[in-house]
Structure formats: C-alpha cells, structure tokens
Design a protein around this ligand. Structure first.
Ligand code: IVH
Length: 670
C-alpha cells in the first residue's frame, strides 16, 4: 500500500466512521463491533490531537465541542411548523377522506401513511448539504436554536450525500426521540444517582435536547427520524413518498415502516397493523400520520392557521390506564435489594393486561405518595415492567397509612438494612432469593475457589433444594451430586474433592467469600491482617472497626449489620462445624483471567455495587491498572453516579466511557 499521509488517513477515517454511523443509526444494520468502531474513533481523535489544524467542523469528533450556553437563543422558522388535526375515531378518518374527495373532485386519492413518532419536532437546515442550524418547534413560528445539541445525535448527518443532486438550501422536519431501552437505562442511572426519573421517553428527549451544555445532550441516547421537506431550493419531488426517498438518499433517517395507500380502507388497515406492531417497536409511537401524497393536491388544499388541511394524525387509544393498587409487595433481588411492587387490579394497557408495576424504591413510593387502595394511572413503555405514572386523587377518599419498607426480609426473615434510597436483606448467606449469587461468589476463584462449581451446577443445587445455605455445600454427598445434570462418577468425585480442599481457607478468602457488602478482596485482606481472627471480627463494634486503617463508616456498618444477623452467625458456625478451618492469612495470588492486561482504568463518581477498593481489585485481578487521571493512554473511564470532571476529560479525549453495568460485564468473564 502506498504511504498514506496523516491528512489522508484522517479523511479516510472520517468517511469510514460516517459510513458506520449511518449503518448503525439510520439503517440499523451495523457491520462492525462497538470495539472496532471505538478503535477507529480513537485513531481519529489521536491523529486530530496531533494535527489540530486538520480538525474540521464536520468531523465526527466535533459533535460535542461547544462550551455551555447561558440560554438558548430564539430563531424564527423559515416556514411555520404546523401541527396536525388529530382524531381517534374511524368515522372522523372516513369523513376526512370524504372531504379530500369532495374538494379535489376525484375518487382516486393516494395517501402516504407513516407512524406518528412520540418525540419532539425539530427543524433542520442544510446549506449545500452541510448541517447549518437546527431548532425546536417552539410555538410553531419561533423555536429555540439547538444546533450544537443536535450535532451530538449520531443519526443526524453533518454532511449529506451528494446524490441525487443536492439542493443549495434544504429545510427538513423530523422528530427527535429516545429508544425505550435507552430510556430505561437512563432512568435507572438517574434514580441510582438520586435524581428524578423522567416520566416518559418524550420528556427525557425534550430534556436532553434543550440542555445548555451539549455534553449532557451527548451523554443522552437521542435519535432522529425525518418525515417532511419544509422548504427546498429548486424543484421539489412531486409526491411526499418521493420526498421521503430523496431524504433517505441524502443519508437522512426516514420512517422505515410506511405505506402508500390507494384507499381509506388501506389507511385503516395500516393503522390497525401499526397498532399491533407498536408493542414490539423499540420506540414510542402514538398513532399514524396520514398525508395526501401529491404535492399539487397539498398546495391546492393549503393550510388553516395551525394545521394543514391535507394531513391528519390518527391516534391510537392511550396507553395509560387507571386502576387501583390492591397491595404493595416487596421483592428481593439477587443481590438482596428490596424492591416495592404495586399489585394492581388487572387493567389492559395498550393491549396487554397489567397486574403489577414496579415502584423502584422507598423514596419513589414516598415521592409519588402511593398507598394501598389508591387509584393510580399506570403506564406501559414497550416490553418493560410497567410503572405507576401518578396517583389520581379521589375527592373524599379515606386513605390507608403510607407504605413502609419491612424491617425483615419477606423471603428469609433476616433484618433489613438501608443504604441511601435502597433497602437490602442482610441474610446474604441464607436468603434463598440471593442464594445462587451468594454461592457463585463464595465458590469463586478469589474466595473459596471450588473448582467445578459453576453457575449451572449451583442453579441445580439450589433449585433441587440440595443446598439451602452456604454450609450445605459441605454436606453434599456423591449420590446427590450424581443426580445433577452433566455429572458422572468421575466428575462428581472431582467436585467433591475440590469442595473438600476448600475447607482449609485463609481468613481473607473466607471474608471475601461471605459476600458482605463493601468487603472485597482488598478490604478482606486489611481486616484479616488487622484483626487476625474471625471471632475478633465478629465481635468487633463499629467504633473498633473504625480504628482500622482504610475502614470507614460504610464498611464498618456493613460488617456489624452482617455479623449481628443471627442467621449469618449460624451459617458461619455450621461451616466450621462441617470442617471449615481457617488457616493463617495468605496473600491472595492473582487469580483473574488477565483479560485486562495492558488496560488502564480511571473511575469517576460513585459505584452502586462496589466500593472503589473492590473495583480497583477487580481490575487488578484481571491484570489491568488503575490511574487517577485521564489521559490519551487511558483505556476506559468508568462513570458512576455524580461523575466529576474526569468524565468531561474522557469525552474530550475520546476515551471509551463505561457504565457500571458495562464495567461489571468486563470484569465478570463468563
Ligand atoms: S408531519 C405539516 N409526520 O406530530 C405536517 N408529524 O401535531 C407536519 N409527528 O408536531 C407534521 N410523527 O412533531 C408529521 N410522521 C410524522 C410525524 C409527525 C410525529 C409529530 C410532529 C408534530 C405532531 C403533530
């Protein structure tokens, strides 16, 4: 290959990244993995950092670059951004068709029908194919300039394809929205951080687009669909259908699901089919939009003050329904977190019967002020667990007492402890709801290291009732192991041998294996070294623990609540009774996969599932390194709740940013 200059390589990378953005965001047909994409992006960032004079505004790296604004400036739209007359009744839709036929004096009418996207409408201006300006709809005449925020949306091409011939000036209308799965993730992140969740994807999208700081917009997963050419220099295509195809050819995303309808019956059937599809779509739509297809017809009919005469929104029946909370139950997750669940009088929402809705956590219940017996609106967003949208106050109603979290675990009866908005069961070693996870952790390499005790085996042991707590592992018989799927004589012997071997364990490994919150490998080692024996640790008070270097209030509280739970003490006693012997402190060798060798991690913000030390240890176990500051050499920045300036730095340098979930996936190889 002839030698490529840096400038040529930069141009090639930009072309390549744009192509992949288009494939991923517009065509929904990626050709490369996220990791490969990230590599291309990193290479471009590195080259541009080395040659800042080669940076251009349309480079994919420049999607976020502006500093925060004081306020959004107002802009007048070139043409009014009209709204649509909306209807939900079939008869009204037929009446619309009758009117079209009457006014156009023909029975031969063609409509284009497409989904009505439930996001927010934007105006996009392209000059000679370059994205110049974008604005929200506002009052239809004047909107807000959100150009720099729109630039962060990867589905939005900064430069259009040049075939077919590009108009000098093009004004496109589209909808900015958020996918349901991304919306769920975002809301989880927000509530974990103690911030209010968004009520629905539309609010989340509006909140993200109207930010003064485009870096915030960039961190929110927005996408776009275009459905109208508002203005164009030169000749326009003769039909709306052709408009859409021209937009697609220029590289803009358009509604994939659409139909050209030659009768109103076809429109009605498209509406019915789309309503069925709706639950399977990864984003929210709230109806269909029906437009006269031919431009000369549209022009002939013209517009009223707020809406065109030639198009309507034919809405679906609403997805929010009213029902009553019959009870509030509490479920216990794999890590012991207690989640309140509203048990509802069954109600159909968007074709699906709903009888439960999550209430997230105790703070959320208090914020929404919902109680047993209350009338509420329930909302369903896609296939996810439905949520209570709001309480509907009934005049004169007598309400029950506010909900309080139980002080004992509804599954195992152990005491419940609190960490911020979250309540959790302290019976980590005995609670059936947590048992599989607890055994996996106990048997893992850096804890008791029971070879052959994999996920599948553990699931069977628990499901068959052979193991009801950690100590039961040490009374398994060969006959029992042989009843498990996948075990024969030899493998059963090997498993029992490795269980036997694990009986001799160092204090730090045992502590680590018990799965006490906040106690990872490093802290387990510190505790073992400083306190020396299990009995000392079990009887230590919070004040005594606080004397130990590196042990803060959270760790000491977690330890004392764990050891004050009678059932945990009983399991430890039974472990010892069954022959577990604590050897002197060992230094735990590196046992991880070494899959992170050469990778540098920087953490910013709080993590929900790990202390900093635990996270650090996990990285080191797998051969990775920790650094306290972000540089070009940083492989990943793990952003927890309330991330600091390191996150901004990471974005600036194009360093790959991981959520806590992504981080967990990296350090928990299958
Ligand atoms: S066409 C002149 N098509 O629905 C026609 N609008 O009240 C302009 N919308 O504010 C609109 N999907 O935000 C059109 N496929 C679609 C649409 C759509 C969603 C929104 C748009 C508008 C509202 C109508």
């Amino acid at each position: 290959m002839p030698h490529q200059t840096d400038a040529e390589r930069i141009a090639a990378l930009r072309r390549e990244i744009k192509r992949h953005d288009h494939l991923y965001y517009t065509k929904d047909r990626p050709e490369i993995s996220d990791a490969e994409y990230d590599r291309l992006f990193r290479e471009l960032v590195d080259l541009e950092t080395a040659h800042p004079q080669l940076i251009t505004a349309d480079s994919p790296t420049q999607r976020v670059g502006a500093s925060p604004l004081d306020e959004l400036t107002k802009v007048s739209h070139e043409k009014p951004m009209l709204s649509l007359d909306s209807m939900t009744d079939q008869d009204d839709v037929r009446a619309f068709d009758a009117r079209m036929k009457r006014e156009l004096e023909t029975d031969d009418i063609v409509y284009t029908a497409e989904p009505k996207f439930d996001g927010l409408s934007v105006e996009l201006v392209y000059d000679r194919g370059i994205f110049m300006r974008g604005a929200t709809r506002g009052d239809g005449m004047i909107g807000e300039d959100v150009t720099i925020n729109l630039r962060t949306i990867r589905a939005l091409p900064l430069q259009l394809e040049t075939h077919p011939a590009l108009p000098m000036h093009l004004v496109v209308r589209g909808e900015v929205y958020m996918r349901l799965d991304e919306f769920q993730l975002l809301n989880r992140r927000m509530t974990e951080r103690g911030e209010d969740a968004f009520a629905n994807p539309r609010n989340a999208a509006a909140g993200a687009l109207r930010q003064l700081d485009s870096r915030i917009t960039a961190s929110r997963p927005l996408t776009l669909t275009c459905y109208d050419i508002m203005a164009v220099s030169g000749a326009s295509p003769p039909t709306h259908w052709d408009d859409l195809e021209a937009l697609a050819a220029w590289g803009l995303p358009i509604p994939e699901h659409r139909r050209r309808c030659r009768s109103i019956e076809e429109v009605l059937s498209f509406h019915a089919a789309t309503d069925v599809m709706r639950n399977a779509l990864p984003f929210e739509i709230d109806g269909i939009v029906v437009k006269l297809d031919r431009r000369n017809w549209q022009d002939q009919l013209g517009s009223k003050s707020r809406s065109p005469r030639w198009a309507i929104a034919y809405k679906f029946s609403p997805r929010k329904e009213i029902t009553v909370i019959q009870d509030i139950a509490v479920s216990v997750g794999r890590t012991g977190t207690l989640t309140p669940l509203a048990l509802l009088k069954p109600v159909e929402v968007g074709g699906v019967t709903i009888s439960r809705a999550t209430l997230h956590n105790a703070d959320e219940v208090a914020r929404k002020d919902v109680r047993v017996g209350d009338t509420v609106k329930v909302e369903r967003a896609g296939d996810v667990i439905p949520a209570i949208a709001e309480r509907v106050p009934i005049p004169g109603e007598t309400r029950q007492d506010p909900f309080v979290m139980p002080d004992h675990c509804p599954v195992c009866g152990s005491a419940v402890a609190r960490e911020g908005a979250y309540f959790y069961c302290t019976g980590q070693t005995v609670c059936i709801a947590q048992l599989k996870g607890a055994i996996e952790h106990f048997a893992s390499k850096s804890a008791l290291d029971i070879e052959g005790m994999g996920k599948k085996t553990i699931a069977q042991l628990v499901d068959l009732g052979l193991v009801r707590d950690l100590a039961d592992l040490y009374s398994l018989t060969k006959a029992q192991v042989l009843t498990l799927e996948g075990f024969a004589d030899r493998s059963a012997t090997l498993l029992l041998e490795s269980i036997e071997r694990s009986k001799s364990v160092s204090l730090d490994r045992l502590l680590m294996g018990l799965g006490i919150r906040q106690v990872g490998q490093h802290i387990a080692r510190v505790l073992a070294k400083q306190l020396g024996s299990l009995s000392k640790l079990m009887s230590a008070t919070q004040e005594e623990l606080l004397q130990v270097r590196e042990i803060g209030p959270e760790i000491s509280a977690s330890l004392t609540s764990f050891f004050s739970e009678e059932r945990n003490r009983a399991v430890i006693a039974r472990l010892i009774e069954r022959g577990l012997t604590i050897t002197s402190l060992s230094t735990i060798p590196l046992t991880g996969s070494q899959s992170l060798t050469g990778k540098t991690f920087v953490f910013t913000g709080g993590l929900a599932g790990y202390s900093r030390d635990q996270a650090k240890e996990l990285v080191e176990q797998h051969g990775g390194q920790i650094s306290s500051s972000v540089s070009k050499k940083t492989s990943y920045v793990v952003a927890g709740s309330d991330p600091g300036s390191k996150l901004d730095q990471a974005r600036k340098l194009g360093v790959r940013i991981l959520t806590e979930t992504e981080f967990t996936a990296l350090v928990t190889p299958e």
